[in-house]
Design a protein around this ligand. Structure first.
Ligand SMILES: [Zn+2]
Length: 246
């Protein structure tokens, strides 16, 4: 990725997007896409780099105003992973990339601790989608068993379990005892995964968050106060490359 060097020493990466409809080069900056130079076709990279440099004061001011101190660090967080740790399962998968430009990115497992992401690996959003589909499969293979185990231990019964990709909830439980779990639970440490499963199972007897519900949870979780504190920061366990794409 090309970079602009600001006078204060910061290096700001930017991407170039060719837009046949635009008539002149312009810059856009937002927290999701970062700094993007939008250019009509036919402008060469040296010219774009010179323009970017001439706009460095504007870029510095915009970065400060938006509170994006370090765009390069943000890019590193967005970068596709070299390994995917799944603490809930005690697994750590290496990720190998195989470039095959004509094919849509797909993931296959290679042995018990590596996956191969093959296809047009320059298509970042398609790669994230492929990795997400694999995580969803891994969650469907494993989380229902985890729920069964905790259900047996707590003697709380559920009707069905489904795995989904909720944006802001770890799980939910319906009035009929149907539990749905977020595949991103794979990124939590085992004790927090267990806590979410206990929480949802307790909803099969108390369908609310009343004091009586929390007393039920506390019967199975002696360290409830500590666990609830840790759950406040639970989304920080989800890796940046996945969160940035959601
Ligand atoms: Zn709840």
């Amino acid at each position: 990725m090309p970079e602009i060097h600001l006078d204060d020493g910061r290096r700001v990466p930017y991407s170039i997007r060719i837009s046949p409809r635009s008539r002149r080069v312009r810059l856009t900056l937002n927290p999701r896409d970062g700094l993007v130079m939008v250019s009509p076709p036919g402008v060469d990279n040296a010219e774009l780099a010179a323009l970017a440099t001439s706009w460095r004061d504007w870029i510095a001011r915009q970065l400060d105003e938006m509170g994006i101190a370090d765009l390069a660090a943000r890019e590193r967080r967005r970068a596709l992973p070299e390994n995917i740790a799944l603490p809930a399962l005690g697994e750590d998968w290496g990720v190998l990339y195989r470039y095959a430009p004509a094919a849509a990115p797909r993931v296959r497992e290679k042995g018990a601790s590596a996956i191969v992401l093959g296809g047009d690996v320059s298509d970042h959003p398609a790669c994230v989608s492929a990795l997400r589909r694999w995580l969803m499969r891994r969650a469907r293979q494993t989380l229902p068993d985890c729920l069964e185990r905790v259900a047996a231990e707590t003697r709380l019964d559920f009707a069905t379990v489904s795995i989904r990709g909720q944006r802001s909830r770890w799980g939910s439980c319906s009035a009929t005892g149907d539990i749905s779990l977020n595949y991103q639970l794979l990124f939590l440490p085992p004790h927090l995964l267990r806590h979410v499963l206990v929480h949802e199972l307790c909803h099969t007897v108390e369908l609310n968050h009343s004091p009586r519900f929390w007393r039920t949870v506390a019967r199975f979780e002696p360290d409830l106060v500590q666990l609830r504190e840790e759950m406040r920061r639970s989304w920080s366990h989800v890796p940046g490359w996945l969160l940035a794409a959601i």
